[in-house]
Design a protein around this ligand. Structure first.
Ligand code: ZN
Length: 71
């Protein structure tokens, strides 16, 4: 009796190449999901600038609360 149970399927498929979100080039393993440090840096800058770009809402002057006025 020969039992050839092939439960393990050889997966020789290359890892899904995720295009660099910045320039669209295939990402480099070292800089996934970016293709290079430069693009990673660009994204980082975008992220940071995005955070800093958040408009600081000027909080309205607090309602003047002069304590309780009794008459
Ligand atoms: Zn890139």
């Amino acid at each position: 009796m020969t039992q050839e149970a092939r439960l393990t399927t050889p997966d020789d498929t290359p890892p899904a190449a995720v295009p660099c979100p910045i320039c669209g080039k295939p990402a480099a393993p070292a800089y996934t999901p970016f293709c290079s440090k430069r693009c990673a840096d660009v994204d980082l800058q975008r992220w940071l600038s995005g955070r800093y770009a958040i408009p600081g809402r000027e909080e309205d002057a607090l309602g003047q609360d002069d304590g309780s006025r009794e008459e």
